[in-house]
Design a protein around this ligand. Structure first.
Ligand code: ADP
Ligand code: MG
Length: 254
């Protein structure tokens, strides 16, 4: 589904973050991009979202070169992007309202374009019914993140990109949202790309883990983790061994 072909990306007057970098992700896979702060994870998500353009090489999605954001890609940024003056319900509706106005292709909506505007199932599925009339400042960090997820999934993406989604949450909330993300990934048959610097998160969420190191990144290091989606993976010896391996690799590349 996603294909980076000899991708080079450099900010002006900086060492390239990616240099002739190749990587592929198939539809329906759950990927984690793991690496230390500054290695280029957020930059990669922006490239995958079509918000930045390669310096050289290209990004294709389903064989199409990505030259601008695509309607079926959902992006959840680090600070959730909620409007503080709108309720949870209004925040969940926001993406759909924007899409209704602009249409699926980013131009003004055709007269007959009506996406599914019933957001109630999403409010319920994300456990937000009780707080739907409250404002972001009145709810917990976990509820804010669930609001952002509901808003994005209501647009029915096939590709979901998340930037360090759970890093500011306490451990139990983080674990429950990681589990929820895997449930939604499997329910909605999403292709998932989660960026994180947390080893444990990579081991839990990544069926496949793309390990980045400090720039320039020239070759994709991929670690397979087929056990990740199974219930109770957190308690297995396999999980602990993988965390140890990832820690070793991150230390040796730093
Ligand atoms: P990560 O998300 O892994 O922490 P980023 O993709 O945010 O990494 O950044 C990668 C590198 O690019 C860092 O060294 C960062 O300082 C630099 N960088 C990020 N954004 C810009 C920018 N707009 N202009 C110049 N350098 C940038
Ligand atoms: Mg980042």
């Amino acid at each position: 589904m996603i294909h980076l072909e000899a991708l080079t990306y450099a900010y002006p007057n900086h060492v390239p973050i990616f240099e002739a970098f190749d990587w592929q992700a198939q539809r329906g896979e759950a990927w984690v991009v793991l690496g230390p702060s500054g290695c280029g994870k957020t930059t990669l998500l922006y490239l995958l979202a079509g918000l930045r353009q390669p310096t050289a090489g290209r990004v294709t999605i389903d064989g199409q070169p990505l030259i601008r954001p695509r309607p079926h890609t959902g992006l959840i940024l680090q600070d959730y992007g909620l409007l503080p003056w709108a309720t949870v319900r209004q925040n969940v509706e926001l993406g759909l309202r924007v899409r209704l106005f602009y249409g699926p292709d980013g131009k003004h909506a055709p007269e007959d374009f009506r996406p599914d505007v019933d957001i109630l199932p999403w409010i319920t599925r994300l456990g937000l019914a009780a707080v739907q009339n409250q404002y972001p400042g009145q709810i917990s960090g976990g509820q804010r993140q669930r609001t952002a997820i509901a808003r994005t999934l209501a647009l029915q993406p096939d590709l979901l990109l998340m930037d360090e989604p759970f890093s500011s949450l306490d451990a139990p909330t983080r674990e429950s949202l990681q589990n929820l993300t895997l449930e939604l990934w499997s329910e909605k048959k999403l292709t998932l790309v989660v960026v994180t610097h947390a080893i444990e998160e990579a081991a839990i969420l990544g069926q496949k883990i793309l390990l980045l190191s400090l720039p320039p990144n020239r070759q994709a290091t991929v670690i397979e983790n087929p056990g990740s989606a199974q219930v109770g993976f957190r308690d297995t010896a396999e999980y602990l061994a993988l965390c140890r391996e990832l820690r070793g690799r991150m230390e040796s590349s730093a």
